[in-house]
Ligand binder design. Structure first.
Ligand SMILES: Nc1nc2c(ncn2[C@@H]2O[C@H](COP(=O)(O)OP(=O)(O)O)[C@@H](O)[C@H]2O)c(=O)[nH]1
Ligand SMILES: [Mg+2]
Length: 387
């Protein structure tokens, strides 16, 4: 007996398979965010763009509502992003840091990540980092003029400075790339094209660890309390890395008194009303801060002043003292915030919360192992500002 099919057998199979594939696609799209992200047109076109252009590839832009994933989140979000500067060789450390930040906070908030490098990130780097988050990630290339030692720097003098520091066994004393990094973090990161849309940022470095759950949005905290700069660890700087920095700061203050805030935190920086620098600074490998502050006339004028002295290369001025001095002088003292409840480690120091904060944060650190009031910490000095 012959059965008559409306279409011929090979065509029938093709139709059945096509219908099955389309049905499966829709079921997966509805059921699974990750599948939806991987297969979305914006993502595919993003990958095509990434192939065309080596810099500023936005390779992952999920088009889903992050609030759907977090029951406690309100619709209220800050205009903020994570920022991570890294080399391709930092991959494993970057994975560790991002995993920690995602697990303890960002998986519930999905703030974007911006990763920056003076060389293009490799495909492997981008692929391995992208699976750690459902938030948008972009990978940016740093413009050469924001990174490398400017031509007008007297290289003979810079080399002599490096040799002197190597003889003194100062960490990174002989490194030009470290100096590039410090100068970039001091004066340029917030000018990067990929950071233009954002106001607040959270700086993350490779191989850091966040010990505790963060049950609120620190960016919103910054915004709602008019904070411009925050820290978890503060300590003394190596004096030989900044021999002329304080004199330069004093010259700047004399020339531009209009930028110095009346209710500043000078007493955090100096024990004698500003005559000398006590070397206290905030450890800038962790920062949650307001880029509008770095973009302000006061700070850009200050950075330009420092830049023209050449101290980023003739000495080894760090972004930590530069940021700290600026925050302490150009912002009100109450605009600087100590995030006591953020458990954080960057070798060799850590800040571990205590008591209720430790318990509620499910912190994985030892409460007694914290830098806070150790002899090399400046936290007491910071707290005295408010006593
Ligand atoms: N792209 C790039 N990133 C760098 C370079 N040197 C340092 N960094 C980054 O700058 C930050 C500080 O460097 P790090 O080696 O951690 O310095 P340390 O914390 O002071 O010991 C980290 O995020 C590094 O990944 C570099 O030459 N190129
Ligand atoms: Mg580091």
């Amino acid at each position: 007996m012959t059965v008559l099919w409306p279409i011929s057998t090979p065509k029938r199979y093709i139709t059945v398979v096509l219908v099955a594939v389309i049905a499966l696609h829709y079921i997966l799209t509805i059921a699974n965010d990750d599948y939806s992200r991987l297969s979305s047109f914006s993502n595919i076109s993003g990958q095509l763009r990434a192939g065309e252009k080596a810099s500023n590839d936005i390779i992952s832009t999920p088009n889903y509502n992050p609030l759907q994933t977090y029951p406690n989140a309100t619709g209220h979000r800050a205009n903020a992003t994570f920022v991570l500067l890294a080399r391709n060789s930092d991959l494993v450390g970057v994975l560790n840091s991002m995993q920690s930040a995602e697990d303890r906070f960002n998986r519930y908030y999905n703030y974007p990540w911006v990763l920056l490098n003076e060389e293009p990130f490799t495909e492997e780097f981008k692929e391995r980092v992208s699976v750690l988050t459902r938030a948008p990630i972009s990978f940016g290339l740093i413009p050469k003029e924001h990174w490398f030692q400017p031509d007008w720097i007297d290289e003979e003098r810079a080399r002599a400075g490096r040799q002197k520091m190597m003889a003194q066994r100062i960490i990174y004393g002989g490194s030009v790339s470290y100096r590039n990094m410090c100068r970039f973090n001091s004066g340029f990161f917030f000018r990067h094209e990929l950071l233009q849309p954002y106001r607040y940022y959270w700086r993350v470095e490779p191989d850091v660890r966040f010990f505790c759950d963060l049950n609120y949005d620190p960016f919103l905290y910054m915004q709602e309390h008019e904070k411009v700069y925050s820290f978890t660890i503060s300590l003394f700087e190596w004096e030989p890395t900044i021999p002329t920095l304080w004199q330069t700061v004093k010259d700047f203050m004399a020339e531009y008194p209009q930028y110095v805030e009346n209710h500043n935190a000078m007493d955090f920086l100096s024990n004698d009303g500003g005559r000398s620098y006590n070397l206290c600074h905030f450890w800038s490998n962790f920062e949650i801060a307001d880029m509008d502050f770095w973009r302000s006339e006061a700070y850009t004028t200050f950075f330009e002043y420092l830049e023209l002295k050449g101290g980023f290369y003739y000495e080894r001025w760090g972004d930590a003292p530069v940021h700290s001095i600026a925050a302490a002088l150009f912002a009100r003292r109450d605009q600087i915030h100590f995030f006591r409840d953020i458990g954080y480690r960057h070798d060799p120091f850590q800040h571990c919360p205590s008591g209720d904060q430790w318990k509620q944060g499910r912190c994985a650190c030892d409460q007694t192992d914290t830098f806070d009031y150790t002899p090399n910490s400046c936290l007491k000095k910071f707290e005295q500002l408010f006593s």
